[in-house]
Write a protein that binds this ligand. Structure first.
Ligand SMILES: Nc1ncnc2c1ncn2[C@@H]1O[C@H](COP(=O)(O)OP(=O)(O)OP(=O)(O)O)[C@@H](O)[C@H]1O
Length: 460
C-alpha cells in the first residue's frame, strides 16, 4: 500500500544516524508508525553501506499485522514481529523452547493466587493481603519488566507512580515472586511473557555469534518494558542501530517508566507534534483529556499541535441505561459503516461483544486490518486498537459507574486507576479520524473532560 509522503521533520527522522540509539517521541496521529516503516525500509535497503537485516517490532498483535501489511514489498531482510515472537524465536535458536514452556496468562494468575495464599500464611493479618490478585500480578510484571533479579534492587527501586507500597511490604512481595516461580517450575513452565526478556538478555550476553539483526526499529515503544527494550538493544550488532518510536500519553501498561530507564544512549530526542489523523474537534477532546489531572507530569509527554482537518464535534449520548446504550451504539455503527470504517471499542472484549452481538462486524484481532480496510463495523478493545485508525469510533459504557472499572479501583486504588483508564480512553479517542461517539448512562465518567463546547451532547 502507498504510504503518505513524509513532510518536514518526519523526513529527518528516516535518515537519523544508522548507528547507535535514536528516540522519537510524538503525540497521537503524528506519523510515528508511518515513519517507523520508512526508517526500517531505509535501514534494510540492500546494497548500501549501512544496510543490514532489520527488525520492526511492536507489542500488540493487531498492530504487528498492520505494520506487516504496510511494509509489504520491502526488502527481504526486513522482519516485522511482536516482541513476544522475536523473544520466542531467539530463545528457540538457543535451544530453550521446548513444547509449551511459557505459562499462559490464566494459569499464571492461578499460580500467583496460590503463591499469595501460601506466603500470606507466614504473615498473618498483614494488610498487604487485602489487595486484589490483579494488583499482585501487575506488581510482579513490573518487577520482572524492570529486570530486577535481586531483592535488593527491588527494595531500592524508585517509582514514578504506585509509590505508596509500604516499605515493609516489598520483601513480602519478593517472597511471593519467588514462590510463584517455584510453583511455575513445578508445573513445567520456564517462563512467563514478562520475564522472558530477562532470559533473552542473559543468552545474548553469552552469545558470541554474529548478531542476526543489524538494526531494530521499535513502534509503540512505551508499551515494552525496560527489560524488553534493553534486550532489543543487546540484540543488534555493535555497528547497528536501535530506533525507538513512542508516545507516553498512550502508555497503557503499569510500567510507567521512561525510555531513559531502558539504557538507551541518546544525544537528542526528536519530537513530532503535527497530528495528521484526527479532526480538530476530536483532537481538542484528546488534548483536554491529556492535559487534565489524571495524566500527571512527565517530560516524555509531547504537547500536540491541533490539526486543521474539519469534522463534526464528538457526540456524547446520555442514555437511560446500558440497554439503551447498546441499542444506540449499534444503530450509529450501522449508519456510519455505509460510509467508512467504524470501530466499536470497549474496555474488554466482553463489553465490545455486548454491543456487537448479532451485528455484522469483524474482530480486528482475527483479520489483517489496515488503513485501506473496506467500510464496515470492526470490534476491538482499547488495547487491541493500539496504533490503528478508523473513520469513526464508538466508545460505549462511559458512565461513572463503569469507568474507572470497579476492578481497576479495587486493584490499583483511585489515583493509579484513574491514570491508567485515562490513558486507555485517550488511545480509544485518538483512533477516530472524523466521527467520535461516546455513550454513557447515569453520570458521565469523571475522566472525560468537562470543558464546555467540546461535545455535542444529545439524549436519544
Ligand atoms: N506526512 C503525512 N502526510 C499525510 N498523512 C500523514 C503523514 N504522516 C502520517 N500521516 C497519516 O496520519 C495518520 C497517523 O499516522 P500514524 O499512525 O503513523 O501516527 P502515529 O503517530 O503512529 O499514531 P498513534 O501513536 O496515535 O497510533 C495515518 O493516517 C497516516 O497515513
Amino acid at each position: 500500500m502507498n504510504l503518505p509522503r513524509p513532510t518536514g521533520h518526519q523526513r529527518k527522522v528516516i535518515y537519523l544516524p544508522e548507528q547507535g540509539h535514536q528516540v522519537v517521541l510524538g503525540s497521537a496521529g503524528t506519523g510515528k508508525t508511518v515513519m517507523s516503516i520508512y526508517r526500517a525500509k531505509h535501514l534494510s535497503q540492500p546494497g548500501v553501506r549501512w544496510s543490514g537485516r532489520t527488525l520492526l517490532v511492536t507489542s500488540a498483535k493487531a498492530l504487528a499485522g498492520h505494520l506487516q501489511d504496510m511494509a509489504r514489498g520491502a526488502a527481504g531482510n526486513l522482519d516485522v514481529r511482536t516482541y513476544g515472537r522475536f523473544a520466542w524465536g531467539y530463545l528457540h535458536s538457543r535451544g530453550l523452547m521446548r513444547g509449551q514452556n511459557i505459562v499462559k496468562s490464566r494459569t499464571r494468575t492461578s499460580l500467583v493466587k496460590q503463591a499469595i495464599k501460601a506466603v500470606s500464611a507466614h504473615h498473618p493479618g498483614h494488610r498487604l493481603f487485602e489487595r486484589e490478585v490483579t494488583w499482585f500480578g501487575d506488581e510482579l510484571s513490573w518487577i520482572t519488566g524492570m529486570g530486577f533479579q535481586e531483592e535488593s534492587a527491588y527494595l531500592k527501586a524508585e517509582r514514578r507512580i504506585r509509590a505508596r507500597i509500604p516499605e515493609n511490604s516489598r520483601p513480602i512481595i519478593w517472597e511471593i515472586l519467588e514462590h510463584y516461580r517455584e510453583l511455575r517450575a513445578e508445573r513445567g513452565y520456564d517462563f512467563d511473557w514478562d520475564d522472558i526478556a530477562i532470559t533473552v538478555r542473559e543468552q545474548l550476553q553469552d552469545d558470541d555469534q554474529e548478531r542476526f539483526y543489524r538494526h531494530i526499529v521499535i513502534d509503540e515503544g512505551q508499551d515494552l518494558s525496560p527489560e524488553e527494550i534493553r534486550s532489543l538493544a543487546d540484540a543488534v550488532s555493535p555497528d547497528g542501530s536501535v530506533t525507538f518510536f513512542g508516545d507516553y500519553a498512550q502508555q497503557i501498561y503499569g510500567q510507567a517508566m521512561s525510555w531513559k530507564s531502558c539504557g538507551l544512549k541518546v544525544k537528542r530526542v526528536e519530537k513530532f507534534q503535527d497530528n495528521y489523523r484526527n479532526s480538530t474537534a476530536i483532537a481538542k477532546v484528546a488534548l483536554a483529556l491529556s492535559s487534565g489531572p489524571f495524566f500527571g507530569e512527565s517530560e516524555d509527554l509531547v504537547e500536540p499541535v491541533a490539526p486543521k482537518a474539519a469534522g463534526p464535534k464528538p457526540t456524547l449520548v446520555k442514555c437511560a441505561d446500558e440497554r439503551e446504550e447498546i441499542e444506540i451504539a449499534r444503530r450509529i455503527a450501522l449508519r456510519l459503516s455505509s460510509e467508512g470504517t467504524v470501530a466499536v471499542i470497549g474496555r474488554t472484549w466482553q463489553e465490545t461483544e455486548r454491543v456487537c452481538q448479532g451485528l455484522e462486524s469483524q474482530n480486528i484481532k482475527q483479520i489483517s486490518y489496515s488503513w485501506n480496510a473496506p467500510p464496515g463495523v470492526y470490534r476491538s478493545t482499547y488495547y487491541s486498537a493500539k496504533g490503528l485508525e478508523f473513520n469513526s469510533v464508538i466508545i460505549p459504557f462511559c458512565g461513572d459507574a463503569l469507568m474507572p472499572s470497579e476492578k481497576a479501583l479495587d486493584s490499583f486504588g483511585e489515583e493509579d486507576a484513574m491514570a491508567r483508564e485515562a490513558k486507555l480512553l485517550y488511545v480509544a479517542i485518538t483512533r477516530a479520524k472524523s466521527d467520535l461517539v461516546i455513550t454513557y448512562s447515569g453520570d458521565r465518567t469523571r475522566l472525560l473532560p468537562s470543558a464546555p463546547d467540546l461535545f455535542a451532547e444529545v439524549r436519544p
